[in-house]
Design a protein around this ligand. Structure first.
Ligand code: DC
Length: 229
């Protein structure tokens, strides 16, 4: 009898520390790691490079078609690298203007439908630790391993600031970054189609006072308690 691959869903707002913890959890459980935000960012980059307005309905139609050009390359470390027309999209997708455009583009139901289809197929085929905004509510709602991360907005802004600095991304003040995060969160939470929200059965995790290692331990323990990993 074939066992279904394990899917760990990690949702939460920007800057809450999902990526760092998700990578650690994936490594410990021997599962692939998929950052669905990077997939939305890749589509936004595609639109920006063509001078398309991410808020326009016509852009949504074209971007949903361009989703067919997205590919994945699974690295030896289990990290699924996102490719667009065969080319890696990192680090271009980390620019602040891409983050803002992504949240605008991600509002469109056409874009979301294309992405959810892709992400669900990947999750069911390979399993994985999958982070995003709607993984537990929309992409793989049947998984019992759902986590919703949250932290004080000031803590999240500080963390994202440090991440961007470490990645060499400049051009925004701390205050501007905090404003952008707040705006993006409001849009992600407020959109009618699959907004950022915790699934009813998600385990809530406040990431404020703990290290990534401690958080990863908690997640791994919770997953193991539910499945023989
Ligand atoms: O996680 P991130 O900051 O890279 O995500 C960028 C944007 O993509 C975020 O503002 C909302 C959107 N997103 C989404 O709508 N659904 C997902 N599953 C992941 C990201």
């Amino acid at each position: 009898m074939s066992r279904r691959p394990i899917v760990v869903a990690i949702d939460g707002p920007a800057g809450v520390g999902k990526s760092t913890v998700a990578r650690l959890v994936a490594a410990r459980l021997g599962l692939p790691y998929l950052d669905t935000g990077a997939m939305y960012r890749a589509l936004a980059l595609w639109a920006l490079e063509r001078g398309f307005d991410p808020a326009a309905a016509e852009t949504a139609r074209r971007a949903a078609e361009a989703a067919a050009q997205l590919g994945l390359r699974l690295g030896a470390d289990g990290h699924a690298e996102i490719l667009l027309a065969g080319e890696p999209v990192e680090p271009r997708i980390r620019a602040a203007e891409v983050a803002v455009a992504t949240s605008r583009l991600a509002v469109h139901p056409q874009v979301r439908a294309a992405m959810v289809r892709l992400q669900r197929a990947l999750a069911l085929a390979h399993g994985g630790v999958i982070e995003g905004r709607d993984i537990g509510t929309k992409v793989v709602p049947e998984t019992p391993h759902k986590f919703f991360f949250d932290a004080d907005p000031a803590v999240r802004a500080e963390r994202r600031w440090a991440e961007l600095r470490a990645a060499g991304v400049e051009g925004l003040s701390r205050e501007q970054l905090a404003e952008q995060l707040a705006e993006r969160d409001a849009r992600d939470r407020g959109r009618p189609d699959s907004p950022l929200a915790a699934a009813a059965d998600a385990l809530h995790v406040d990431t404020g006072g703990a290290t990534p290692e401690e958080l990863a331990e908690r997640i791994v323990a919770a997953v193991r308690a539910r499945a023989p990993v």
